[in-house]
Design a protein around this ligand. Sequence first.
Ligand SMILES: Nc1ncnc2c1ncn2[C@@H]1O[C@H](COP(=O)(O)OS(=O)(=O)O)[C@@H](OP(=O)(O)O)[C@H]1O
Length: 151
Amino acid sequence: MGQRLNRCLDVPVALPPLRRRLLLIFIMFFLWLYMFYSCAGSCAGLATRGSPGPSRTVPPLPQLLPPVPGEPGEESSLEEQRAAPDSASPISSFFNGSGTKRLPQAIIIGVKKGGTRALLEFLRVHPDVRAVGAEPHFFDRNYERGLAWYR
Ligand SMILES: Nc1ncnc2c1ncn2[C@@H]1O[C@H](COP(=O)(O)OS(=O)(=O)O)[C@@H](OP(=O)(O)O)[C@H]1O
C-alpha cells in the first residue's frame, strides 16, 4: 500500500522537464482564471457591498425618476429587477460593458456648497445604490458630448 502510494506520488516528478513545465503553466492558468472570475464576480456585486449579513433587511428604495423612454428595461420596476438581478454573467457584462453603460435612475442637483456630496455619500451607503465616484458635471460642462459619453 505504502509502495503504491509512493509510486503515485512519484509520477509528476518522473515527468520530463518540458511536460512538468507545461503542467505548471496549465495549473497556473487555471488559478489565474479562477482569480479573474472571482474578481469579476465581486466587482459586479459591488452594489450589494456593505450588507453585513442575511439578518439585515434593507427597505427597497422608491423609484425616484420615471423610466426614461427608449431605455432598456423601461417597463420593469425595481422589484422586477431585483427578482432577476443580472441576466448576464459578471464576466460577460465585464467584457461587453453592459453592466456599467446605463443612464442613471436618479440625479442629485444642487448649488455649490449645498451639501450634495453629503447626500451622495449617505445614499451610497445603501447596498442597492451604485453611484459614480466623481461628479460627472454632465449638464453644465459635458452636455455637448451627448448621452453616449454620459453612460
Ligand atoms: N447636513 C448638513 N448640514 C449642514 N452642512 C452640511 C451638511 N452636509 C454637508 N454640509 C456642508 O456642505 C458643504 C459641502 O457642500 P457640497 O458637497 O455641496 O460642496 S461642493 O460644492 O460639492 O464642493 C460643506 O461645508 P464646508 O465644510 O463649509 O465646505 C459641508 O460641511
